[in-house]
Design a protein around this ligand. Structure first.
Ligand code: MN
Length: 322
């Protein structure tokens, strides 16, 4: 997914002091004539990272007949990985590393941008309802220039009467994802029956975020409603998540505090303004003729959509805080 804000702020991100909090979403149009909207809970002013998770967009359930669905033309990324997770619908992914994949509910698609990749994401013609999440993971300094890569994993469903889980990154309840990550991460979908209280053993040095997809949940003593991201600082060895009123579904994200300062702008994760500006210039040079010429970000093959131009850079130059 591409950040479609017309004037994206350049955000300096760091791991903040631990405080329990509910991160409420803001609505962001994804672009296109009818503009599908997403609910963004990361980054935001009071918190920019949870572990290496640096971007959380949640969308749907949307009637594709009304929104036009997901139509995200080729755009570039550096310094991050994208995690696509669907609850309903299907999306076709094409990237400049030659991957052509179907993103379907309950299966992980993880794209590593590393030093540079470009991709497009378009919901399939037979998709009537689109519902899911697009998440980004910041790559640590020593891994952020790796070659582009793409991984797919269909995790088994585990659980007991009252709850079910799919662990797509990291390990939980004895289920371990085979997909390698550059920093320790947890990513799992959890479903709870109405009234069920689930006790989750977690790594005490991880911080966690519980993205509420449906239902009203309580995380510890903090309540989250659909669209909220409930933040839990490092410390606890168990999390208690309960479903009030009705069946609930959440994504549980976690990782140790990232410990590095990053600069995020548009679709790029870098370490300083100049690096971001260079990536933008490289992309603009590649699409100067309105089509994608080969270069740093490669070419998305078999994609008729015209590439997305980068927004203008902010006037202010941000410096990384030490
Ligand atoms: Mn993208």
């Amino acid at each position: 997914m591409s950040n479609a804000e017309r004037d994206p702020a350049e955000i300096e991100c760091e791991s903040g002091a631990p405080t329990g909090e509910v991160l409420a979403p803001r609505e962001v149009p994804l672009g296109g004539p009818r503009a599908m909207h997403v609910r963004r809970t990361l980054p935001q002013r009071q918190r920019t990272l949870i572990g290496a998770w640096c971007f959380v967009d949640h969308y749907g359930p949307d009637d594709v007949g009304e929104t036009g669905g997901m139509v995200v033309a080729p755009h570039p990324h550096i310094g991050l990985q994208t995690v696509s997770w669907l609850f309903e619908g299907a999306v076709t992914h094409r990237d400049s590393d030659g991957n052509h994949a179907s993103v379907v509910p309950g299966e992980l698609n993880l794209m590593t941008a590393g030093r540079g990749i470009s991709h497009s994401e378009v919901s399939t013609p037979d998709t009537e309802t689109l519902h899911g999440a697009q998440l980004w993971v910041a790559l640590p300094a020593d891994r952020r220039d790796v070659d582009p890569d793409f991984a797919h994993y269909a995790p088994p469903e585990l659980g007991e009467p009252g709850w079910a889980a799919k662990v797509f990154l990291g390990s939980l309840f004895g289920s371990e994802s085979p997909v390698a990550t550059a920093t320790p991460l947890l990513g799992a979908e959890l479903r709870l029956d109405e009234g069920y209280v689930l006790d989750i053993p977690v790594e005490h040095h991880f911080e966690h975020g519980v993205l509420v997809d449906q239902g009203v949940v309580t995380v510890g003593d903090v309540e989250g409603t659909p669209g909220d991201l409930v933040y839990v600082p490092p410390g606890p060895v168990r999390l208690t998540v309960s479903a009030q009123e009705r069946e609930a579904r959440v994504l549980l994200l976690g990782g140790p505090p990232f410990g590095e300062q990053i600069v995020m702008w548009w679709n790029f994760v870098g370490r300083d303004h100049d690096e971001i500006a260079q990536a933008r210039a490289d992309w603009q040079a590649q699409i100067a003729d309105g089509i994608q010429a080969d270069g740093r970000f490669g070419v998305v093959a078999d994609e008729p959509l015209a590439p997305i131009p980068a927004p203008a850079l902010p006037n202010a130059t941000l410096r990384s805080r030490g």
